[in-house]
Design a protein. Structure first.
Length: 244
């Protein structure tokens, strides 16, 4: 059931999307089309991403109030209730950024199947929709140098390094409360893992899957960095106008 849903809603549409891009831009190689596809995905997810960035900035702003709640209310249920009330009052959704990350995972997995399991550059016509024509030529050599259907150390390294800087910019360091607790230790540990362990995981995943996935991740990270700069600047400008 799961494999059928994945094939119907992710793998086959993504496969056909790539074939359509090859039909429209036959002079472009697969690597350039991966970049183009990534930009289209990020633009489609922009409303969600904007909400995630706004939520992160809002979380940073209410951090002092969250610390006060943890220090004032020792009962875990009361602490949780007060925290949720604060989120509701400030209109903050702490799970926005997590949702944006997880919604991309099926896309990454679908890319793996498109480039390693579907037979590209040969076209599997059984996967094509009736209205999608078969392209005459598919060039898998990115810039004429890198076969993105295979493993590539450089692209994987770029994916890992860009993940490090993207997380470093977007995830704020954890500031523990004055009273040390297990929750603070856990939050600090998670923060360190996100900043230093996750980029390493991205590198190994990107290298072991394909250059196409590494290129997708690298392009996605660069777009996200630029997107955060734009959204933060806009929100800062709006806050300044409200104060004046």
């Amino acid at each position: 059931m799961i494999s059928s849903l994945f094939r119907t809603f992710f793998f086959q549409p993504l496969y056909n999307a790539f074939i359509v891009l090859f039909d429209f831009f036959p002079w472009l190689d697969a690597g350039v089309l991966v970049i183009l596809f990534t930009l289209l995905v990020k633009l489609a997810l922009f409303p969600l991403s904007r909400k995630a960035i706004t939520a992160q900035l809002s979380m940073k702003q209410i951090e002092p109030e969250l610390t006060q709640i943890r220090e004032k209310y020792k009962d875990k249920q009361e602490q949780a209730r007060r925290t949720m009330d604060l989120y509701k009052t400030k209109k903050v959704n702490p799970f926005s950024s997590i949702f944006v990350i997880f919604i991309q995972l099926p896309i990454v997995l679908a890319l793996y199947f498109v480039f390693l399991r579907s037979g590209l550059p040969a076209v599997n016509e059984t996967l094509l929709y009736s209205f999608v024509p078969r392209p005459e030529n598919i060039n898998m050599a990115f810039l004429g140098l890198i076969d993105i259907a295979g493993k590539n150390y450089l692209l994987a390294l770029l994916a890992g390094v860009s993940s490090f800087f993207q997380i470093r910019f977007s995830v704020q360091p954890h500031k523990p409360s004055t009273v040390r607790s297990f929750r603070d230790d856990l939050a600090r540990s998670m923060n360190i893992q996100m900043r230093y362990v996750f980029p390493i995981i991205v590198f190994f995943i990107s290298y072991n899957i394909s250059g196409a996935v590494a290129l997708y991740w690298f392009t996605s990270n660069l777009f996200t960095l630029g997107q955060e700069l734009v959204v933060r600047k806009k929100l800062k400008s709006q806050n300044t106008e409200r104060k004046t």
